[in-house]
Design a protein around this ligand. Structure first.
Ligand code: SF4
Length: 353
């Protein structure tokens, strides 16, 4: 497989980006960078990586932090289960491995929040083990170069790509090799309009030689998106509002938000205030006044489309607000970790109170 590996490795030594996690083999930092970079662009992830590495330079420091501290630092990155799992696993390593990252692939893979890809990244980069990382970039490069028509999102397709990647990594410097293919996919063999004329693989690339670049890789794409409708109630009395911590097995677990009334579609404000849930939150005797209603907006997650709007409810007396909410002074509102879609609104809210 040298006809593939050699040009990719040489290309990598010339063109790789200088990224902080490329200057270390420390498994904790490699793990941290891999978790931050899942579903995140490198330019955005860089700042978060630096903040986490500064604030929590070791597994023990991360294990000793509170979950609220970690979620607050994670705010804006999305997919918050990553942060919760990071914390859980740091505590687990602290307790079961004396704070030292396990060096065995199966032990790494069994840690919470560490899937096949992340385990392979840590095992190869930190411990020189021959486990291939197969991410979107690798699928693209391999499917184009070798002309593999199987969909990358089926179990058969995944198996074929994994087998090939396992063959390719044998006898290489595994950490460098994995990073080289991923970087090659990110910068050279890009999803759209790759510069094939400048590519060191173009003499033998199936997609280039057969004009199949736009068709490879193949995806079956069966993911269905679920629509949800969130009416955020922004209760306001003097300089106070009320938040709630999200619990249960759902998106944004343990983050804070304004109380939500979730409905089946975009209902009118008249329908909203007749909902039992609304009446439970704010007693009608309180003579609450709907002060302002924003337009509906959409926030896209990987499997959900969140339709949301903000309903400002001015209260004349806070005594009737249900007690399971947290009363917050507007000055303190930025201390709470909130989902990304609330961030911009919080600025508007604080200015308007
Ligand atoms: S020739 Fe084009 S399609 Fe083939 S590996 Fe290079 S950049 Fe990708």
């Amino acid at each position: 497989m040298n006809f593939f590996n050699s040009p990719v490795h040489s290309w990598y030594s010339l063109y790789k980006r200088d990224l902080p996690w490329r200057n270390t083999r420390n498994p904790y930092l490699i793990w941290l960078s891999e978790i931050i970079l899942q579903q995140t662009r490198i330019d955005q992830g860089l700042a978060y990586y630096s903040r986490f590495a500064d604030e929590f330079p070791t597994i023990s420091a991360l294990a000793d932090a509170s979950e609220d501290q970690i979620l607050k630092l994670w705010q804006g990155l999305g997919y918050y289960s990553r942060a919760r799992n990071l914390h859980f696993t740091a505590k687990f390593i602290q307790l079961n491995y004396n704070g030292i990252f396990p060096e065995d692939y199966d032990a790494i893979r069994s840690l919470k929040g560490i899937g096949e890809y992340t385990a392979a990244a840590i095992a190869s980069i930190s411990f020189n083990l021959e486990y291939p990382t197969v991410d979107g970039n690798v699928f693209r490069v391999l499917s184009r170069f070798f002309g593999i028509p199987e969909p990358i999102d089926t179990s058969t397709g995944k198996k074929i790509f994994n087998e090939l990647a396992k063959e390719l990594i044998i006898g290489t410097d595994p950490g460098m090799h994995n990073q080289a293919i991923m970087e090659f996919g990110a910068l050279q063999c890009t999803p759209k309009n790759p510069d094939c004329n400048q590519c060191p693989l173009n003499q033998r690339c199936f997609a280039f030689l057969n004009q199949k670049i736009a068709e490879l890789p193949v995806k079956q794409n069966k993911t269905k998106q679920r629509d949800r409708y969130f009416n955020y109630l922004v209760l306001s009395c003097n300089s106070h509002t009320w938040l709630r911590k999200r619990v249960g097995n759902d998106i944004w677990k343990n983050l804070f938000e304004f109380p939500i009334i979730e409905t089946d579609n975009e209902i009118s404000i008249e329908e909203l205030i007749t909902q039992t849930e609304f009446q439970k939150l704010v007693s009608i005797a309180n003579q609450s006044v709907i002060k302002n209603v924003s337009d509906w907006k959409i926030h896209i997650l990987s499997h959900q489309r969140i339709h949301y709007r903000f309903v400002r409810v001015q209260l004349t007396d806070e005594i009737h607000v249900t007690t399971d909410l947290i009363r917050v002074n507007k000055e303190d509102i930025f201390n709470f970790a909130v989902p990304k879609l609330l961030e911009t609104y919080l600025n508007e809210y604080v200015k308007s109170v």
